[in-house]
Write a new protein. Structure first.
Length: 498
Protein backbone atom coordinates (compact mmCIF):
# COMPACT_ATOMS: atom_id res chain seq x y z
CA UNK A 1 0.00 0.00 0.00
CA UNK A 2 2.83 2.32 0.93
CA UNK A 3 4.63 1.49 -2.31
CA UNK A 4 1.50 2.34 -4.27
CA UNK A 5 1.23 5.70 -2.52
CA UNK A 6 4.89 6.43 -3.24
CA UNK A 7 4.34 5.70 -6.93
CA UNK A 8 1.30 7.97 -6.93
CA UNK A 9 3.26 10.78 -5.25
CA UNK A 10 6.09 10.39 -7.76
CA UNK A 11 3.74 10.54 -10.72
CA UNK A 12 2.03 13.64 -9.33
CA UNK A 13 5.40 15.23 -8.64
CA UNK A 14 6.59 14.37 -12.14
CA UNK A 15 3.45 15.90 -13.62
CA UNK A 16 3.95 19.08 -11.60
CA UNK A 17 7.57 19.32 -12.71
CA UNK A 18 6.56 18.80 -16.35
CA UNK A 19 3.91 21.51 -16.14
CA UNK A 20 6.35 23.90 -14.50
CA UNK A 21 8.94 23.15 -17.18
CA UNK A 22 6.39 23.89 -19.89
CA UNK A 23 5.41 27.11 -18.13
CA UNK A 24 9.07 28.15 -17.90
CA UNK A 25 9.60 27.47 -21.61
CA UNK A 26 6.46 29.40 -22.53
CA UNK A 27 7.47 32.36 -20.36
CA UNK A 28 11.00 32.25 -21.74
CA UNK A 29 9.58 32.31 -25.28
CA UNK A 30 7.32 35.26 -24.44
CA UNK A 31 10.22 37.10 -22.82
CA UNK A 32 12.38 36.54 -25.90
CA UNK A 33 9.61 37.85 -28.18
CA UNK A 34 9.02 40.94 -26.04
CA UNK A 35 12.75 41.64 -25.79
CA UNK A 36 13.09 41.35 -29.58
CA UNK A 37 10.16 43.73 -30.12
CA UNK A 38 11.64 46.22 -27.65
CA UNK A 39 15.07 46.07 -29.29
CA UNK A 40 13.46 46.48 -32.71
CA UNK A 41 11.49 49.55 -31.60
CA UNK A 42 14.59 51.10 -30.05
CA UNK A 43 16.50 50.48 -33.25
CA UNK A 44 13.75 52.07 -35.33
CA UNK A 45 13.94 55.14 -33.12
CA UNK A 46 17.69 55.50 -32.74
CA UNK A 47 19.45 53.04 -35.09
CA UNK A 48 20.44 53.08 -38.73
CA UNK A 49 17.88 51.89 -41.29
CA UNK A 50 20.43 50.47 -43.71
CA UNK A 51 20.54 46.70 -44.10
CA UNK A 52 24.22 46.76 -45.05
CA UNK A 53 26.56 45.28 -42.52
CA UNK A 54 29.44 47.49 -41.43
CA UNK A 55 32.67 46.72 -43.24
CA UNK A 56 35.63 45.51 -41.18
CA UNK A 57 38.50 47.91 -40.60
CA UNK A 58 41.30 47.72 -43.20
CA UNK A 59 43.88 46.57 -40.70
CA UNK A 60 41.61 43.72 -39.63
CA UNK A 61 40.66 42.57 -43.14
CA UNK A 62 42.72 40.13 -45.13
CA UNK A 63 42.25 37.60 -47.88
CA UNK A 64 43.06 33.91 -47.65
CA UNK A 65 46.74 34.57 -48.36
CA UNK A 66 47.01 37.12 -45.58
CA UNK A 67 47.15 40.16 -47.89
CA UNK A 68 45.77 43.25 -46.11
CA UNK A 69 42.55 44.67 -47.52
CA UNK A 70 43.98 48.14 -48.06
CA UNK A 71 46.83 46.76 -50.19
CA UNK A 72 44.26 45.14 -52.48
CA UNK A 73 42.50 48.47 -52.95
CA UNK A 74 45.59 50.51 -53.77
CA UNK A 75 45.47 49.53 -57.41
CA UNK A 76 43.22 51.95 -59.21
CA UNK A 77 42.71 54.18 -56.19
CA UNK A 78 44.29 57.16 -57.96
CA UNK A 79 41.44 57.46 -60.44
CA UNK A 80 38.90 57.31 -57.62
CA UNK A 81 40.41 60.14 -55.61
CA UNK A 82 41.20 62.31 -58.63
CA UNK A 83 37.50 62.58 -59.49
CA UNK A 84 36.80 63.98 -56.04
CA UNK A 85 39.26 66.89 -56.44
CA UNK A 86 38.28 70.04 -58.30
CA UNK A 87 34.91 71.28 -59.51
CA UNK A 88 32.99 69.66 -62.32
CA UNK A 89 32.64 71.88 -65.43
CA UNK A 90 29.21 73.38 -65.97
CA UNK A 91 27.30 72.19 -69.07
CA UNK A 92 28.12 74.10 -72.25
CA UNK A 93 24.41 74.17 -73.13
CA UNK A 94 23.65 76.68 -70.37
CA UNK A 95 23.40 80.29 -71.51
CA UNK A 96 26.19 82.58 -70.30
CA UNK A 97 25.90 86.18 -69.12
CA UNK A 98 29.26 87.92 -69.46
CA UNK A 99 30.25 90.32 -66.67
CA UNK A 100 33.67 91.97 -67.08
CA UNK A 101 35.68 93.11 -64.05
CA UNK A 102 38.56 95.45 -64.92
CA UNK A 103 41.60 96.38 -62.85
CA UNK A 104 41.25 99.95 -61.50
CA UNK A 105 43.31 102.59 -63.33
CA UNK A 106 45.45 103.36 -60.28
CA UNK A 107 46.52 99.70 -60.01
CA UNK A 108 47.76 99.37 -63.63
CA UNK A 109 51.22 100.76 -62.91
CA UNK A 110 54.11 98.28 -62.55
CA UNK A 111 55.33 98.12 -58.97
CA UNK A 112 58.94 97.64 -60.23
CA UNK A 113 59.42 100.22 -62.99
CA UNK A 114 56.14 102.18 -62.75
CA UNK A 115 55.44 101.78 -66.46
CA UNK A 116 51.79 101.34 -67.47
CA UNK A 117 50.89 97.63 -67.83
CA UNK A 118 49.27 96.27 -71.00
CA UNK A 119 46.35 93.85 -71.12
CA UNK A 120 47.59 90.27 -71.73
CA UNK A 121 44.59 87.98 -71.22
CA UNK A 122 41.73 87.09 -68.93
CA UNK A 123 40.75 84.68 -66.18
CA UNK A 124 37.22 83.27 -66.35
CA UNK A 125 35.51 82.13 -63.16
CA UNK A 126 32.11 80.53 -63.65
CA UNK A 127 29.31 80.96 -61.12
CA UNK A 128 26.02 79.10 -61.31
CA UNK A 129 22.97 81.34 -60.86
CA UNK A 130 19.21 80.80 -60.92
CA UNK A 131 16.03 82.72 -61.70
CA UNK A 132 12.49 81.40 -61.23
CA UNK A 133 11.00 79.41 -64.10
CA UNK A 134 9.71 81.73 -66.77
CA UNK A 135 6.00 81.98 -67.49
CA UNK A 136 5.00 83.42 -70.83
CA UNK A 137 1.76 84.05 -72.72
CA UNK A 138 0.89 82.61 -76.11
CA UNK A 139 -1.37 84.92 -78.09
CA UNK A 140 -3.50 82.84 -80.44
CA UNK A 141 -4.33 85.37 -83.13
CA UNK A 142 -7.33 84.02 -85.06
CA UNK A 143 -7.78 85.92 -88.30
CA UNK A 144 -11.30 86.85 -89.38
CA UNK A 145 -12.69 87.19 -92.91
CA UNK A 146 -15.93 88.76 -94.10
CA UNK A 147 -17.72 89.16 -97.39
CA UNK A 148 -17.39 92.73 -98.60
CA UNK A 149 -20.29 92.34 -100.97
CA UNK A 150 -23.11 91.07 -98.74
CA UNK A 151 -21.59 92.40 -95.50
CA UNK A 152 -23.09 89.51 -93.56
CA UNK A 153 -20.93 86.35 -93.65
CA UNK A 154 -17.92 86.24 -91.26
CA UNK A 155 -15.40 83.39 -90.97
CA UNK A 156 -12.87 83.11 -88.07
CA UNK A 157 -9.87 80.76 -88.00
CA UNK A 158 -10.36 77.81 -85.64
CA UNK A 159 -8.31 77.52 -82.47
CA UNK A 160 -6.01 74.45 -82.53
CA UNK A 161 -7.23 71.57 -80.29
CA UNK A 162 -6.00 72.00 -76.72
CA UNK A 163 -5.50 69.49 -73.86
CA UNK A 164 -8.22 71.32 -71.91
CA UNK A 165 -10.83 72.75 -74.23
CA UNK A 166 -11.13 76.55 -73.76
CA UNK A 167 -8.79 76.21 -70.80
CA UNK A 168 -6.14 78.66 -69.67
CA UNK A 169 -3.08 76.37 -69.42
CA UNK A 170 -0.87 75.24 -72.26
CA UNK A 171 0.69 71.73 -72.38
CA UNK A 172 3.93 72.97 -70.81
CA UNK A 173 2.19 74.49 -67.79
CA UNK A 174 0.06 71.36 -67.28
CA UNK A 175 3.21 69.23 -67.38
CA UNK A 176 4.95 71.48 -64.87
CA UNK A 177 2.05 71.23 -62.40
CA UNK A 178 1.88 67.43 -62.81
CA UNK A 179 5.61 66.90 -62.34
CA UNK A 180 5.78 69.29 -59.40
CA UNK A 181 3.23 67.17 -57.56
CA UNK A 182 4.04 63.61 -58.61
CA UNK A 183 7.78 63.84 -59.22
CA UNK A 184 8.92 66.66 -56.93
CA UNK A 185 6.22 65.84 -54.32
CA UNK A 186 5.00 69.46 -54.12
CA UNK A 187 1.34 69.68 -53.02
CA UNK A 188 -0.98 71.90 -55.06
CA UNK A 189 -1.44 74.49 -52.32
CA UNK A 190 2.33 75.08 -52.28
CA UNK A 191 2.32 75.44 -56.05
CA UNK A 192 -0.39 78.07 -55.67
CA UNK A 193 1.93 79.96 -53.33
CA UNK A 194 4.80 79.74 -55.81
CA UNK A 195 2.66 81.08 -58.66
CA UNK A 196 1.52 83.92 -56.40
CA UNK A 197 5.17 84.94 -55.93
CA UNK A 198 5.37 85.83 -59.64
CA UNK A 199 1.99 87.55 -59.67
CA UNK A 200 -0.19 84.74 -61.06
CA UNK A 201 -3.39 83.88 -59.17
CA UNK A 202 -4.11 80.18 -59.62
CA UNK A 203 -6.35 78.71 -56.88
CA UNK A 204 -5.71 75.19 -55.67
CA UNK A 205 -9.11 74.06 -56.96
CA UNK A 206 -8.12 75.22 -60.45
CA UNK A 207 -4.86 73.30 -60.35
CA UNK A 208 -6.75 70.24 -59.09
CA UNK A 209 -9.14 70.43 -62.06
CA UNK A 210 -6.19 70.68 -64.46
CA UNK A 211 -4.52 67.61 -62.96
CA UNK A 212 -7.76 65.58 -63.06
CA UNK A 213 -8.49 66.49 -66.69
CA UNK A 214 -4.90 65.75 -67.72
CA UNK A 215 -5.09 62.33 -66.03
CA UNK A 216 -8.34 61.53 -67.85
CA UNK A 217 -6.73 62.50 -71.15
CA UNK A 218 -3.65 60.32 -70.50
CA UNK A 219 -5.49 57.27 -69.12
CA UNK A 220 -5.95 55.53 -72.53
CA UNK A 221 -2.15 55.43 -72.89
CA UNK A 222 -1.74 53.64 -69.55
CA UNK A 223 -4.54 51.21 -70.42
CA UNK A 224 -2.78 50.42 -73.69
CA UNK A 225 0.52 49.89 -71.84
CA UNK A 226 -1.21 47.22 -69.76
CA UNK A 227 -2.72 45.27 -72.66
CA UNK A 228 0.01 45.91 -75.24
CA UNK A 229 3.16 45.41 -73.17
CA UNK A 230 2.73 44.35 -69.54
CA UNK A 231 0.36 41.37 -69.75
CA UNK A 232 1.90 39.82 -72.91
CA UNK A 233 5.28 39.76 -71.13
CA UNK A 234 6.71 36.80 -69.22
CA UNK A 235 7.91 38.51 -66.02
CA UNK A 236 6.22 41.02 -63.70
CA UNK A 237 7.39 42.60 -60.44
CA UNK A 238 4.65 43.73 -58.06
CA UNK A 239 4.21 45.35 -54.67
CA UNK A 240 1.66 47.57 -52.92
CA UNK A 241 1.49 50.40 -50.43
CA UNK A 242 -1.28 52.15 -48.44
CA UNK A 243 -2.94 55.14 -50.10
CA UNK A 244 -4.90 57.37 -47.69
CA UNK A 245 -8.03 58.91 -49.22
CA UNK A 246 -10.07 61.75 -47.72
CA UNK A 247 -13.44 60.49 -46.50
CA UNK A 248 -16.16 61.42 -44.01
CA UNK A 249 -15.35 60.67 -40.39
CA UNK A 250 -11.83 59.36 -40.86
CA UNK A 251 -9.40 58.90 -43.71
CA UNK A 252 -10.06 55.81 -45.81
CA UNK A 253 -7.00 53.63 -46.49
CA UNK A 254 -6.97 52.42 -50.07
CA UNK A 255 -4.18 50.56 -51.83
CA UNK A 256 -1.83 51.50 -54.64
CA UNK A 257 -0.36 48.51 -56.49
CA UNK A 258 2.63 48.69 -58.81
CA UNK A 259 3.33 46.29 -61.70
CA UNK A 260 6.62 46.42 -63.61
CA UNK A 261 7.27 44.38 -66.74
CA UNK A 262 7.46 44.37 -70.50
CA UNK A 263 10.58 43.61 -72.49
CA UNK A 264 12.63 40.48 -71.82
CA UNK A 265 15.96 41.29 -70.23
CA UNK A 266 14.94 44.74 -68.93
CA UNK A 267 11.47 46.02 -67.94
CA UNK A 268 10.02 48.79 -70.12
CA UNK A 269 6.90 49.95 -68.28
CA UNK A 270 5.62 50.73 -64.78
CA UNK A 271 1.87 50.69 -64.13
CA UNK A 272 0.13 51.67 -60.89
CA UNK A 273 -3.38 50.53 -60.02
CA UNK A 274 -5.53 51.97 -57.23
CA UNK A 275 -8.08 49.86 -55.35
CA UNK A 276 -10.23 50.69 -52.34
CA UNK A 277 -8.92 47.70 -50.35
CA UNK A 278 -6.14 45.11 -50.27
CA UNK A 279 -8.45 42.32 -51.34
CA UNK A 280 -7.00 39.44 -53.34
CA UNK A 281 -9.43 40.30 -56.12
CA UNK A 282 -7.33 43.38 -56.98
CA UNK A 283 -4.31 41.53 -58.47
CA UNK A 284 -6.66 38.89 -59.87
CA UNK A 285 -8.57 41.48 -61.87
CA UNK A 286 -5.50 43.39 -63.02
CA UNK A 287 -3.51 40.29 -64.05
CA UNK A 288 -6.41 38.52 -65.76
CA UNK A 289 -5.05 36.59 -68.74
CA UNK A 290 -1.41 36.90 -67.69
CA UNK A 291 0.85 33.84 -68.01
CA UNK A 292 4.40 33.98 -66.68
CA UNK A 293 6.51 34.74 -63.62
CA UNK A 294 5.25 36.99 -60.82
CA UNK A 295 7.89 38.26 -58.39
CA UNK A 296 6.25 39.50 -55.21
CA UNK A 297 6.39 39.35 -51.44
CA UNK A 298 4.70 36.57 -49.47
CA UNK A 299 1.29 38.31 -49.29
CA UNK A 300 -1.36 35.57 -49.05
CA UNK A 301 -3.62 37.43 -51.49
CA UNK A 302 -1.37 36.34 -54.37
CA UNK A 303 -1.70 32.63 -53.55
CA UNK A 304 -4.87 32.16 -55.58
CA UNK A 305 -2.98 33.32 -58.68
CA UNK A 306 -0.53 30.42 -58.43
CA UNK A 307 -3.09 27.60 -58.10
CA UNK A 308 -3.55 26.69 -61.77
CA UNK A 309 0.16 26.99 -62.62
CA UNK A 310 -0.21 29.65 -65.31
CA UNK A 311 1.47 32.18 -63.01
CA UNK A 312 4.68 31.04 -61.31
CA UNK A 313 5.59 32.53 -57.95
CA UNK A 314 9.10 33.95 -57.60
CA UNK A 315 10.07 34.81 -54.03
CA UNK A 316 12.16 37.70 -52.75
CA UNK A 317 15.45 37.01 -50.98
CA UNK A 318 15.57 40.61 -49.75
CA UNK A 319 12.40 39.97 -47.70
CA UNK A 320 13.88 36.74 -46.36
CA UNK A 321 17.16 38.42 -45.45
CA UNK A 322 15.32 41.26 -43.71
CA UNK A 323 13.87 38.80 -41.18
CA UNK A 324 17.40 37.89 -40.08
CA UNK A 325 18.75 41.45 -40.37
CA UNK A 326 16.12 42.64 -37.88
CA UNK A 327 17.41 40.07 -35.38
CA UNK A 328 21.02 41.15 -35.92
CA UNK A 329 20.13 44.81 -35.40
CA UNK A 330 18.34 44.04 -32.14
CA UNK A 331 20.91 41.52 -30.85
CA UNK A 332 23.90 42.62 -28.81
CA UNK A 333 26.12 39.70 -29.80
CA UNK A 334 26.53 37.32 -32.78
CA UNK A 335 23.74 34.80 -33.27
CA UNK A 336 22.39 32.27 -35.75
CA UNK A 337 20.99 35.17 -37.79
CA UNK A 338 24.54 36.22 -38.70
CA UNK A 339 25.19 32.80 -40.23
CA UNK A 340 21.93 32.96 -42.23
CA UNK A 341 22.79 36.42 -43.57
CA UNK A 342 26.23 35.13 -44.57
CA UNK A 343 24.62 32.36 -46.66
CA UNK A 344 22.31 34.88 -48.34
CA UNK A 345 25.28 37.19 -48.91
CA UNK A 346 26.99 34.40 -50.87
CA UNK A 347 23.93 34.17 -53.12
CA UNK A 348 24.07 37.91 -53.78
CA UNK A 349 27.79 37.67 -54.53
CA UNK A 350 26.99 35.18 -57.30
CA UNK A 351 24.45 37.67 -58.68
CA UNK A 352 27.03 40.45 -58.74
CA UNK A 353 29.44 38.23 -60.64
CA UNK A 354 26.71 37.22 -63.13
CA UNK A 355 25.37 40.73 -63.68
CA UNK A 356 27.13 41.26 -67.02
CA UNK A 357 26.24 37.85 -68.46
CA UNK A 358 23.40 37.20 -70.89
CA UNK A 359 20.20 35.77 -69.45
CA UNK A 360 21.03 32.29 -70.77
CA UNK A 361 24.57 32.41 -69.38
CA UNK A 362 23.24 33.65 -66.06
CA UNK A 363 20.87 30.68 -65.78
CA UNK A 364 23.70 28.16 -66.05
CA UNK A 365 26.03 30.25 -63.91
CA UNK A 366 23.45 30.13 -61.10
CA UNK A 367 23.05 26.40 -61.57
CA UNK A 368 26.77 25.95 -61.06
CA UNK A 369 27.39 28.38 -58.17
CA UNK A 370 24.07 29.26 -56.49
CA UNK A 371 22.63 25.76 -56.32
CA UNK A 372 25.34 24.36 -53.97
CA UNK A 373 24.95 27.35 -51.64
CA UNK A 374 21.18 26.86 -51.53
CA UNK A 375 21.62 23.17 -50.67
CA UNK A 376 23.96 23.96 -47.78
CA UNK A 377 21.66 26.72 -46.53
CA UNK A 378 18.62 24.44 -46.68
CA UNK A 379 20.35 21.77 -44.60
CA UNK A 380 21.42 24.43 -42.09
CA UNK A 381 17.84 25.73 -41.81
CA UNK A 382 16.45 22.23 -41.28
CA UNK A 383 19.02 21.39 -38.62
CA UNK A 384 18.38 24.54 -36.62
CA UNK A 385 14.61 24.60 -36.99
CA UNK A 386 14.27 21.76 -34.46
CA UNK A 387 16.68 23.50 -32.07
CA UNK A 388 14.87 26.85 -31.86
CA UNK A 389 11.57 27.87 -30.35
CA UNK A 390 8.97 28.20 -33.15
CA UNK A 391 7.65 31.55 -31.94
CA UNK A 392 11.05 33.10 -31.20
CA UNK A 393 12.36 35.70 -33.70
CA UNK A 394 14.97 33.33 -35.14
CA UNK A 395 12.40 30.52 -35.21
CA UNK A 396 9.99 32.68 -37.21
CA UNK A 397 12.75 33.78 -39.62
CA UNK A 398 13.80 30.17 -40.25
CA UNK A 399 10.16 29.12 -40.71
CA UNK A 400 9.62 31.95 -43.23
CA UNK A 401 12.58 30.77 -45.32
CA UNK A 402 11.49 27.12 -45.26
CA UNK A 403 7.80 27.83 -45.88
CA UNK A 404 8.66 29.83 -49.02
CA UNK A 405 11.69 27.80 -50.06
CA UNK A 406 10.24 26.69 -53.41
CA UNK A 407 9.34 30.26 -54.41
CA UNK A 408 12.72 31.54 -53.21
CA UNK A 409 14.46 29.03 -55.48
CA UNK A 410 12.38 29.82 -58.57
CA UNK A 411 14.61 32.73 -59.61
CA UNK A 412 17.05 30.09 -60.93
CA UNK A 413 14.51 28.90 -63.51
CA UNK A 414 15.31 31.70 -65.95
CA UNK A 415 18.19 34.14 -66.28
CA UNK A 416 15.85 37.09 -66.76
CA UNK A 417 14.56 36.72 -63.19
CA UNK A 418 15.98 38.69 -60.26
CA UNK A 419 17.03 37.33 -56.90
CA UNK A 420 14.76 39.85 -55.15
CA UNK A 421 11.81 42.16 -55.62
CA UNK A 422 13.71 45.40 -55.04
CA UNK A 423 12.70 46.64 -58.50
CA UNK A 424 9.09 47.12 -57.37
CA UNK A 425 10.12 48.38 -53.93
CA UNK A 426 12.08 51.18 -55.61
CA UNK A 427 8.98 52.03 -57.66
CA UNK A 428 6.97 52.36 -54.43
CA UNK A 429 9.36 54.95 -52.94
CA UNK A 430 8.09 57.93 -55.01
CA UNK A 431 4.56 57.23 -53.76
CA UNK A 432 5.78 57.06 -50.15
CA UNK A 433 7.70 60.33 -50.50
CA UNK A 434 4.70 62.04 -52.09
CA UNK A 435 2.36 60.70 -49.41
CA UNK A 436 4.49 62.35 -46.72
CA UNK A 437 3.88 65.72 -48.39
CA UNK A 438 0.33 65.75 -49.69
CA UNK A 439 -0.84 63.29 -46.95
CA UNK A 440 -3.88 61.89 -48.81
CA UNK A 441 -5.80 61.85 -52.08
CA UNK A 442 -8.90 64.02 -52.20
CA UNK A 443 -11.14 61.20 -53.46
CA UNK A 444 -11.07 57.71 -54.91
CA UNK A 445 -11.14 59.25 -58.39
CA UNK A 446 -8.19 61.43 -57.41
CA UNK A 447 -6.25 58.34 -56.30
CA UNK A 448 -6.99 56.60 -59.62
CA UNK A 449 -5.86 59.72 -61.44
CA UNK A 450 -2.62 59.74 -59.42
CA UNK A 451 -2.02 56.11 -60.46
CA UNK A 452 -2.22 57.14 -64.15
CA UNK A 453 0.23 60.02 -63.77
CA UNK A 454 2.66 58.04 -61.60
CA UNK A 455 2.62 55.30 -64.27
CA UNK A 456 3.79 57.59 -67.06
CA UNK A 457 6.33 59.49 -64.97
CA UNK A 458 7.98 56.37 -63.54
CA UNK A 459 7.97 54.65 -66.94
CA UNK A 460 9.81 57.62 -68.41
CA UNK A 461 12.35 57.44 -65.60
CA UNK A 462 12.73 53.67 -66.07
CA UNK A 463 13.57 53.92 -69.78
CA UNK A 464 15.57 57.13 -69.24
CA UNK A 465 13.60 59.71 -71.20
CA UNK A 466 12.80 63.18 -69.91
CA UNK A 467 9.31 63.14 -68.32
CA UNK A 468 8.78 66.85 -69.08
CA UNK A 469 9.59 66.49 -72.78
CA UNK A 470 7.39 63.40 -73.08
CA UNK A 471 4.33 64.69 -71.22
CA UNK A 472 4.37 68.11 -72.87
CA UNK A 473 4.61 66.57 -76.34
CA UNK A 474 1.95 63.93 -75.66
CA UNK A 475 -0.48 66.45 -74.15
CA UNK A 476 -0.02 68.56 -77.27
CA UNK A 477 -0.64 65.67 -79.68
CA UNK A 478 -3.35 63.70 -77.84
CA UNK A 479 -6.32 65.95 -78.81
CA UNK A 480 -5.67 65.19 -82.51
CA UNK A 481 -4.48 61.55 -82.19
CA UNK A 482 -6.75 58.73 -83.33
CA UNK A 483 -7.18 55.62 -81.18
CA UNK A 484 -5.42 53.45 -83.79
CA UNK A 485 -2.35 55.73 -83.60
CA UNK A 486 -2.21 55.78 -79.80
CA UNK A 487 0.55 53.15 -79.71
CA UNK A 488 2.97 55.72 -81.14
CA UNK A 489 2.57 57.77 -77.94
CA UNK A 490 3.55 54.93 -75.60
CA UNK A 491 6.71 56.05 -73.74
CA UNK A 492 8.91 53.28 -75.19
CA UNK A 493 7.63 53.98 -78.76
CA UNK A 494 7.61 57.76 -78.43
CA UNK A 495 9.57 60.00 -80.77
CA UNK A 496 9.45 63.78 -80.21
CA UNK A 497 7.50 65.73 -82.81
CA UNK A 498 9.54 68.16 -84.86
Amino acid sequence: MKKKLDNTDNSVLLQVITEQQQTIERLHEQLEQLQHRLDKLLHLLYGTKSEKKSKPKPEESSDSSGTPYDSQCKKGSKSTTSNMNGRRPLPATLSRVRMEHDVPEEQRGCSCCWHKMQRMGQVITEQLEYKPGELYVIEHVRLKYSCQKCKGNIVTAALPPQPIDKGLPGPGLLTEVILNKYQSHLPLYRQTQRFAQVGIDLPRSTLCDWVMQSGALLKPIVDLMQTDTLLPGIRIFTDDTPCPVLAKGKTHTGRLWVYIGGGRDNPTCVIYDYTKSRSQTAPQKFLKGYRGYLQADAYAGYDILYKDGTIIEVGCWAHCRRKFIDIIKAAKEPSLADIAVKYIGELYQVEREAAKLTSLQRKYYRRKYSKPILKRFYRWLRNHQVKTLPKSPIGKAIAYALNHWHALNNYRRDGILNIDNNTSERAIKPVVLGRKNYLFAGSHEGAKNAAVLYSLIETCKLIEINPFDYLKDVLTRLPTTLIKDLKHLLPYNWKPSL
